[in-house]
Design a protein around this ligand. Structure first.
Ligand SMILES: [Zn+2]
Length: 94
């Protein structure tokens, strides 16, 4: 099917004039078709790059969650040092 440039109506291949509005159907040239294919390939390549970045982000997030689980669930926290408080004026120079 060939879309009409004026109204967008889908016309059968080989139609010279639109069956809806009567506008002449533009002939698709080979270089236009090649440019459309090239644009589509660029879009696919950028989409793959985006997917790669997204999976890298997910791996980083997974590693962060694993590190937090190891830090707070597996490894016990250290005891707080029990130091007696200094009397007032102890640290001041004489
Ligand atoms: Zn039309």
């Amino acid at each position: 099917m060939i879309p009409c440039q004026a109204c967008g109506n889908q016309n059968p291949i080989g139609t010279r004039f639109c069956r809806s509005c009567g506008e002449r159907i533009a002939v698709v040239k080979v270089d236009q078709l090649a440019a459309a294919v090239r644009d589509d390939q660029v879009t696919v390549a950028s989409h793959r790059r985006l997917e790669g970045g997204r999976s890298l982000l997910l791996v980083g997030l997974f590693l962060l969650v694993c590190a937090l689980v190891l830090r707070y669930a597996v490894v016990p926290s250290l005891p707080v040092a029990d130091v007696p408080p200094l009397p007032a004026g102890e640290l001041l120079p004489p």
